[in-house]
Structures are given as structure tokens and as C-alpha cells.
Design a protein around this ligand. Structure first.
Ligand SMILES: [Zn+2]
Length: 486
């Protein structure tokens, strides 16, 4: 058949999971089998990448943000996301979706979303009372004489594993059931040239989604902090994901003809020093940070080991946090925290208040409870399933729950509820009916259904961690073999 239309260019730029890292910050890289740290990122440099691309390929660029954008650092949390607004508007994204955006409650996120100059899209977020969508499912955006149907999918775990305030009055689906109808509507009625999905389900979930839903041309993947140096194609869907903390930007150059992608080129751009900061966004970042700089720059301690969070089983950053929780708990023998993925590494040397806030930006109350041996076992099995489920749609964890005071030896490949082989508290095997005192932060650390005598101590995580650093520096934080796959 003769090709009737010319090839048209479209460039898609992706930012995902920047977690409100306003400025350059340490990021890990692999070099000769070692982990090294380099300072990268910052919205002013990202703005330059966007601007230069728009200048070079005028009228053909679509810039999309997968969310986890307005939460993750002190200035963001302090302003409930609002301090990001002028910066994001200056960067002129075309659409976004969300996850940690809901940490301030859906109402506050709606307020922020309404002041952004571009739409927040979520095909899978509904009002609990009316059953209606809270955000538009899609936006049709014109570029280079083409109509692009951009569909958003927010994180589905917000009302399933996260604190209940995140989903007050709303609920979330996976989006996989809604998508075919929306795609038909966009393709057949709206006659769009291309379908782009900007998602926050997570890479394993999105690979599954692309496999089962036909007609997605490009899927921008988010949430799980994968650095995809090469785009992946599943069921004719091109998938990219671009790291986290704004350390990388994904670039996808497409050639399109007859409403289909004919060829593509992908680049994972490191936001490094070779990129000049954009002066306008630089000034806006300064404006957002200046009121807090004195506090954030305060050195509270020193670390002899790099504090990193990029491992699925156990991390030096979280072990330090858990030791700090134990230190304020009187007599807890166990400590738990959520397996958060975000939190830029802290190389060895001084630790500032900025680092402390980056480690635990939600700054929850430190809580205690008594867990029976069987509750402990079941809680850990549930968490392993949520992290490693064979069904990607059942994966709802971050990394494995952070644990201290115990040693768990388990088989990743075993089925649900059958993974743990051996579990010790201190030096002895866990006993089913024995009670163990635990200190933890958030209902993701110890879900509400587990434990008795649950109470909040009169101290929050940031104070516990900064005090621990002040009193114990230089600190050393190693992997201790708390969570060991065998
Ligand atoms: Zn996320």
C-alpha cells in the first residue's frame, strides 16, 4: 500500500518521580562495580533541557510529568506542595498525573492542580460519593498538525496501602478496564493521531498493562525509579521510565505517519553540570528555598558511611533511621519503617537538616505497639507479597519494609505467604504467642490491623533522627543482614 502521508516529528520529554528535589543533589551511579555519588539534577537544569529542545524542534515537543513531583523535600512539604507551582508553570509541562501529590489530602492536591497552567490527568481516580472522575481522564494536545491523546493514570495504591488521609473521599482503580474505551473514544471519535499514556502504576504493572491493552502508542512509566537506558516495546507500545529525583530526563523522538509511530529514538539524559541552569527557574528555586536555607544547611552530624536507599532488601539510610527510632523508644526491641524509594543518598561526611528532611519528609510521629510473634510473621509475609508478587497488579509495596532487631531469611521465588524460612528476634527464633515491643513510623511501617497498645510517642521522626545524629556522630551505618533472601 502506498504511504499517503508524510512522516511528522514529535518529541516527548519525560520527567518522573522528581520528588521536589529543587536543586542539584547527590545521586548514585555505578562505576567499575562500585557505587559512586555525583551531584546532578535541579529544576533549573531540567528547564534548560526543555527549553533547548523546544527551540530546536519548534512546535513538536510534548513535556509530560508522571507525578511524585510536589512532595519529598522540606520546602515542598512545608507549603503542602504550593511552593512548586511557579517553578512547574515556568517549565510549561503539558500534563501530569499523581501519587504523593495526594499526601496533603485530595482537596489540597486539587487546589494545587487548579493553579497549574496544565492539566492533571487521572483516568482512575473517582469521587467516592458521586463515582465521577476527580480529574479529566485525558487531554487532546495539538503538536505539529497532529492531535495527541494524552491519558493519565494516577498511582492505584493510594487508597490501598497508604495512610487513609491520602484518599479522603476518593478511590482509585488500576485504569486497565477504563483504558480500552477511552482509547476507542480518542481514536474513533476524536480522531487523534497518537495515544500517549502518562502513568504512575509502576514499571512491572505498566508492562502488564501494555500487554493487555491494545492501542497505546507510547507509555511513560513512573513510580518505581527505573533508569531505562533503552526504550522497551511491548505489544507495539513504546515504554520509557527515567530514574528519579529529577536526575534524569527521558527523551523520545518519534516519526509518525498514518496515525502510527514509524520509528523512534530514545535518550536517557543525565541532568549534569554540562547543562546550564535556566536563569528564570533558578530565580524561582531560590525564592522557594531562601526562607529555609539557614535551617536546611545546619549540620547536625557526620556519617562515616554513605547513607543510601537504593536497595530493595535493606539500606544504610533506613538502618540509621531505625536506630534513631529505637533510641527514643525506651524498650522496643524491633523497629519498622516503610520501604520508601525516594530519598537522595547522603555521601559520607557532614549530614545537614536538609538531608534529615530528605530521609523522612513526612515527619510522622514515632509510634510503638506490641506485636505477637504470629502478627510479626504475617505482617512480613504480607509485605513480601506486596513487594514481590508474581502478579504485577498485586505489587503494592515500595521496597521491602525496613526492619531492625530481627533477621529474616526468605525465598523471593516462593508463593504468597510461603516465603519466610526463618525469623529471629534478637538471637532467638520468633515465638508465635510471645509479645514483642516495636517502634515504628506510619501505618506503612506497621499497618493498623497489627499490634496492641498502639500509641504515638511525643516525638516526631525528624527530631528523633536529628537528635540521634547530634548525640552519636560520627555515625556508622552498615547493612546488618536484617532482611536476607536465600
Ligand atoms: Zn510513586
Amino acid at each position: 500500500m502506498k504511504e499517503i502521508s508524510e512522516r511528522k516529528q514529535l518529541t516527548i520529554l519525560q520527567m518522573n518521580d522528581s520528588h521536589a528535589y529543587f536543586e542539584r543533589h547527590p545521586e548514585y551511579f555505578w562505576k567499575n562495580g562500585e557505587q559512586i555519588y555525583e551531584n546532578v539534577g535541579g529544576y533549573a537544569r531540567i528547564a534548560t533541557i526543555l527549553r533547548q529542545c523546544r527551540e530546536a524542534r519548534s512546535g513538536t515537543v510534548l513535556a509530560l510529568d508522571n507525578g511524585d513531583t510536589i512532595h519529598g523535600t522540606f520546602p515542598a512539604v512545608h507549603s503542602e506542595g504550593e511552593t512548586l507551582i511557579p517553578i512547574l508553570n515556568a517549565m510549561e509541562f503539558d500534563a501530569m498525573t499523581g501519587h504523593w501529590e495526594f499526601a496533603y489530602g485530595p482537596e489540597q492536591f486539587l487546589k494545587v492542580a487548579n493553579t497549574l497552567s496544565y492539566p492533571t490527568l487521572a483516568v482512575n481516580c473517582y469521587d467516592s460519593k458521586t463515582g465521577k472522575r476527580v480529574f479529566p481522564a485525558y487531554q487532546i494536545i495539538e503538536r505539529n498538525d497532529m492531535q495527541i491523546g494524552v491519558i493519565g493514570i494516577a498511582a492505584t495504591i493510594i487508597d490501598k496501602t497508604m495512610p487513609t488521609s491520602f484518599s479522603k473521599g476518593v478511590y482509585f482503580t488500576l485504569g486497565n478496564e477504563e483504558l480500552p474505551g477511552i482509547i476507542r473514544e480518542l481514536r474513533d471519535i476524536e480522531q487523534v493521531d497518537l495515544i500517549v499514556v502518562v502513568s504512575h502504576l509502576g514499571y512491572p504493572q505498566e508492562l502488564q498493562l501494555a500487554q493487555e491493552v491494545d492501542g497505546i502508542d507510547v507509555l511513560l512509566s513512573g513510580h518505581t525509579h527505573n533508569r531505562l537506558y533503552d526504550a522497551v516495546v511491548v505489544n507495539d507500545t513504546i515504554i520509557i521510565q527515567s530514574g528519579c529525583h529529577g536526575s534524569f530526563i527521558g527523551r523520545l523522538d518519534l516519526e509518525i505517519a498514518n496515525r502510527r509511530v514509524k520509528s523512534y529514538q530514545h535518550d536517557l539524559i543525565t541532568v549534569d553540570d554540562s547543562i546550564e541552569p535556566d536563569p528564570e527557574v533558578n530565580a524561582l528555586v531560590d525564592k522557594a528555598l531562601d526562607p529555609h536555607r539557614d535551617m536546611l544547611d545546619t549540620v547536625v552530624g557526620h556519617t562515616q558511611d554513605a547513607l543510601a536507599r537504593d536497595r530493595v532488601m535493606e539500606t544504610t539510610m533506613d538502618n540509621l533511621l531505625l536506630h534513631a527510632l529505637i533510641s527514643v523508644s525506651d524498650d522496643a526491641e524491633l523497629a519498622f519503617s516503610n520501604g520508601w524509594r525516594y530519598g537522595a543518598p547522603v555521601p559520607l561526611g557532614p549530614v545537614t537538616m536538609n538531608d534529615v528532611w530528605n530521609i523522612v519528609p513526612v515527619n510522622p510521629a514515632v509510634s510503638t505497639c506490641d506485636l505477637s510473634g504470629i502478627e510479626l510473621w504475617n505482617m512480613l509475609e504480607e509485605n513480601l507479597e506486596r513487594t514481590f508478587s508474581r502478579d504485577p497488579y498485586q505489587q503494592m509495596g515500595g521496597y521491602v519494609k525496613r526492619c531492625l532487631g530481627m533477621n529474616m531469611y526468605f525465598k523471593v521465588e516462593n508463593p504468597k505467604n510461603r516465603r519466610i524460612n526463618e525469623l529471629f528476634v534478637g538471637s532467638t527464633r520468633v515465638e508465635r504467642s510471645k509479645k514483642y515491643k516495636a517502634v515504628f513510623i506510619t501505618s506503612q511501617g506497621v499497618p493498623v490491623k497489627y499490634g496492641d497498645h498502639r500509641k504515638d510517642l511525643n516525638i516526631r521522626a525528624v527530631e528523633a533522627l536529628s537528635t540521634y545524629l547530634r548525640e552519636n556522630s560520627p555515625v556508622s551505618s552498615k547493612l546488618e543482614g536484617n532482611v536476607v533472601p536465600i
